[in-house]
Write a new protein. Structure first.
Lengths: 326, 326
DNA sequence: TTGTAAGCGTTATCAC
DNA sequence: GTGATAACGCTTACAA
């Protein structure tokens, strides 16, 4: 593979001049430039990016650490983040942690050893002690001390869900979620605001008796059977706000088993976008997280990273997406 | 950030010795090693990976070019490929081409300019002329001259589908696919073997009159309306093999509109895994591509790449996954 | 305008 | 066992 020296030698000039041509920096006489460009084309020379990174001390690669690209929402987020970064001249490394702390640490170390210029972090683990706060890190949906973060407007999402259920004249309203996450895992999530916004709005409208159902986090996957017993005491609910579409999906299955009709007997609202679930025969009405807006917010924070404003937050608006369940 | 010189200076030795300790190469006196290890820990020194790549002329990064991580199957494949590469000490860069040739070229160039050590290529575009055949490239599902590739056993998949429809005593059998791809796009795909295996087996069993329906490629997305007119002439089919689950999904919608019951009146078989589609209320019976096995095959080819056997092929077995539609 | 040379942080060769 | 030092391929003062 030809290098800059070859180009200089064949073009009969110094390597600095070649460099100037490549980077369009500094003055180069027109004829010299043309000569060099010709040689570059002939050799189909491409500057070695490793060497360039070496000199510039940055490589324009950002790592995205996330649990799992198999989940539809993550797959979408991944897609949009990569597009955003690409438009700004950055490449993206993908790191499926599978929620394993050890793997997350390996990837976080890539920031310290100059493998990448920045890290986007999406985790439920407490990686606080493995973060070098002087380096560019942006977190999605989780609070870490002095780490800027991006989250959907979960509070507003809760309000939207409450409004919708009240519009439908629901009288026995329930929230189902795992938002105690913060207490269970030591990692504070923005997701807990879904419940807060929901309950807040209901209270403000004079509705006080929200039924609060918690289910254990730590297994993303919940069975219909598990939920049946959880929901058993509440036979007469007519409006349910679920912390995710995944939960909403399972709840609807439980209701169907019970002989309830959705949405005629019970309204159900999920969270995420209602685009992730199979075999339901209907579209879940859901509070929509916008992966494109989230990606843009993440890109802004990571590419303009500055240690000084490491407590920046960017909150992305949500809206309710119309489905068949509420 | 401390570098190897700092470590050497503080440990009172030469940098070569530090390097030996880091890489566990060559002999180092026990005491010297311990001393150096202590300094490394104190400084929390991490070798600069860019510099290392510079010297070694490789950086242990593989790029995966694919149309879109939003598609469930691609998201899964991505996940498994990343895990495989990780287990072998490699990191993965992700490149959503969105099927745009220009973006694919940018990423393919990363191979030439040393940004990555290898490329996994999943494309429908004819990128033949942009490939440097001396560099490590592995293609999935597409033939390029002298580029090793991995594909599912599409031929066998076709056979399995044929067998299943015959077992169900189907009398009017149809294939729906876009496998003429090769003629339309100049890129040969292994996918065309689905039809070949299917038709072959039917012929071998004395069934000759397979109805062959083609729909235009180039739009991955097909509307129910488009399909209705395509299928209109064939009111009495009772067994359909579709080239993908996406097609199967649409076909089932069309059949439902027609008042046909699936699987009672018509058996439908898809291809991919039947895990990708919403709102159907049933699981598609499908020929299953195994993303883990595919990922392993890809990893084998890319990490053991050798120009000499650039026409290697790895064919991954498929099986039929039981669903509700056939 | 252009070229020389230092420097980026490693690894590896070759003396000692 | 260990330490200088060249080399990897580039960018960028600085000098000419």
């Amino acid at each position: 593979m030809a290098n800059i020296k070859d180009v200089a030698r064949i073009a009969g000039c110094g390597i600095a001049t070649v460099s100037r041509v490549i980077n369009k920096s500094g003055y180069v006489k027109k004829e010299t430039r043309e000569k060099i460009e010709k040689v570059i084309a002939e050799l189909s020379y491409q500057p070695n990016e490793i060497a360039r990174s070496m000199t510039l001390q940055k490589n324009h690669i950002i790592a995205f650490i996330l649990p799992n690209s198999k989940h539809l929402f993550f797959g979408e987020l991944l897609y949009h983040v990569e597009e955003e970064l690409f438009d700004y001249g950055y490449k993206m490394m993908i790191c499926n942690s599978s929620e394993q702390l050890e793997k997350e640490i390996v990837y976080l170390d890539m920031l310290k050893n100059n493998r990448v210029d920045g890290v986007i972090l999406l985790t439920n683990n407490d990686v606080e002690q493995y973060l070098n706060k002087k380096l560019p890190i942006v977190s999605f949906d989780r609070y870490f001390l002095n780490v800027p973060y991006v989250a959907s407007d979960n509070f507003q999402g809760g309000i939207l869900a409450a409004k919708r259920l009240l519009e439908h004249n629901c009288k026995n309203i329930m929230f189902i979620g795992d938002d105690a996450q913060g207490e269970h895992t030591d990692v504070l999530t923005d997701v807990s605001k879904r419940r807060k916004g929901f309950v807040n709005h209901l209270h403000s409208q004079g509705y006080e008796n929200v039924i609060n159902v918690e289910y254990p986090l730590k297994n993303y996957f919940v069975s219909v059977e598990q939920f049946e017993s959880l929901l058993n005491p509440y036979q007469d609910v007519d409006g349910i706000f679920c912390i995710s579409d995944s939960v909403a999906y399972t709840v609807i299955k439980v209701l169907e088993k019970r002989g309830k009709r959705v949405p005629e007997d019970v309204k159900v609202i999920g969270f995420d976008g209602g685009r992730s679930f199979n075999n339901l025969g209907m579209k879940i009405t859901s509070i929509n997280q916008d992966p494109l807006l989230i990606a843009q917010a993440i890109r802004k924070l990571i590419l303009n990273y500055d240690v000084k404003d490491s407590n920046k937050k960017l909150i992305v608006p949500v809206k309710i997406s119309e489905g068949d369940t509420a």
